[in-house]
Ligand binder design. Structure first.
Ligand SMILES: *Cc1c(COP(=O)(O)O)cnc(C)c1O
Length: 417
């Protein structure tokens, strides 16, 4: 994967045109990139988008039209899916609720709308069974081991809060039986990334678990966690190899159960990360001793991944004067917030680092790339900053899919007494 540090356009539309028309900070998504990623996953029987990664209803609609189904982790995400035109019946289930708890609103909603549930805690089985006995459910299993270097992104093992502990399976089967719930599917979201040895372990755990549950199993889900390149040195995952490992498990289960078993995948980042760009304007350039800072009108209120995880995002500059032959320099890139952690160039642990970028001038645009997953959706009103606008580019045309919040909208729920 190669990333350049100068960029003039996104999907054929000039960055200054986008910034002039819609203002900055601004999220821009390229529909063609999202759809291309969908095509790469067609081997799976169902592609279930983990909408928490990028849940604008126009993005959800784009995916729905491409035959993708969705995952919802809250009542709000079910609501979004319905607004985007997903229905509540069909195979594969157009919307599935997958979480480790039901808050009261979510429980009411899955019961009223008959939304299938992937249970991530034993208590969910009882809570659903008491009010909606006789349903089909799926179980999210924590196989007892995880993957990943960050405590905040690890989704398996003893330290993780996610899923049903593998040793509690028998207890959960009893709970389900008590309420007449039928366990029709299993799910493991571990995020092995490109580590195929580890993935093989997950597949084995899935197979063993499915054999314990027995022939009521009709679907298995590989979860999400497919990696996407964020650096020039990152390679693309070998989807065929990933599919093959899971498909082998599915085939063996089909033979044992003597009926079809459907294989789902549940990507978030994979479908939307590379399609998204955060356009910001450089509003101050200053030196602090030996350091040069570029300060943007976008901060961690717009993109929290760097401050949360020390995540790396490629960055590029759009020189407003058109001169692309600017010398490179080492800089620190930060935002407008009154908080010293508001730095986009930081590593895990909060260590500020420098990035080589073209020499910039006030008014140049700085584009934070691969920002389409866990970007806009994690936006906040910290420092009373409005949530940024979002634009979707399709067939060479840029459409506003979320306007920038107004200052009054920030206050809309507040009560002056
Ligand atoms: C977050 C999440 C995903 C998507 O993860 P990505 O790393 O974005 O692919 C999939 N499944 C579940 C249950 C999740 O919580």
């Amino acid at each position: 994967m190669t990333f350049s540090n100068v960029r003039r356009e996104i999907a054929g539309i000039s960055i200054s045109e986008l910034a002039n028309q819609f203002g900055t900070p601004l999220y821009v998504y390229d529909a063609a990139t999202i759809l291309a990623r969908v095509e790469e996953l067609r081997q799976f029987d169902a592609i279930r988008f983990a909408q928490k990664a990028c849940s604008n209803i126009s993005i959800l609609k784009l995916l729905r039209k491409a035959g993708v189904v969705v995952d919802a982790v809250s009542a709000g995400e079910i609501h979004r899916a319905l607004k985007a035109g997903f229905t509540t019946t069909g195979e594969p289930a157009p919307v599935q609720y997958c979480a480790d708890i039901f808050d009261r609103q979510a429980l009411q909603m899955v019961v009223d709308l008959n939304i299938p549930v992937n249970c991530g805690s034993p208590d969910m089985i009882d809570q659903l069974g008491e009010v909606a006995p006789g349903r089909n459910i799926t179980l999210r299993i924590n196989p007892g081991f995880g993957h990943g270097h960050s405590q905040k992104t690890n989704t398996g093992g003893e330290q993780s809060k996610h899923g049903i502990w593998h040793e509690d399976l028998a207890d959960c089967m009893q709970r389900a039986e008590r309420h007449g719930l039928k366990i029709t599917g299993l799910h493991m979201h571990i995020g092995s990334g490109t580590d195929f040895e580890h993935l093989a372990q997950v597949c084995k755990a899935m197979e063993n678990t499915a054999l314990k549950v027995g022939s009521s199993i009709q679907t298995i889900s590989a979860g999400g966690g497919l990696p996407t390149p964020y650096r020039s040195s990152d390679n693309r995952i070998d989807i065929d190899c990933y599919f093959k490992l899971w498909d082998e498990v599915r085939q063996r289960l089909q033979e044992t159960f003597q009926h079809p078993v459907s294989l789902e995948i549940e990507p978030g980042r994979y479908l939307s990360a590379e399609a998204g760009f955060l356009i910001s304007e450089i509003r101050a350039i200053k030196t602090m001793g030996s350091n040069t800072f570029y300060l943007l009108d976008a901060g961690f209120n717009n993109l929290a991944r760097p401050i949360l995880y020390g995540a790396y995002h490629p960055m590029s500059i759009m020189p407003r004067d058109g001169n692309e032959n600017r010398p490179l320099q080492e800089v620190i890139v930060g935002g407008p917030l009154c908080e010293s952690g508001d730095i986009f160039t930081q590593e895990e642990g909060g260590f500020v680092c420098r990035r080589q970028l073209p020499a910039a001038q006030i008014g140049d645009y700085l584009i934070i790339e691969c920002a389409g997953a866990y970007g806009s959706v994690m936006g906040s009103n910290y420092n009373s900053k409005p949530l940024a606008g979002e634009v979707l580019i399709r067939d060479g045309k840029a459409s506003l899919i979320r306007r920038t919040q107004t200052l009054d909208e920030i206050l809309a729920q507040e009560v002056l007494i």
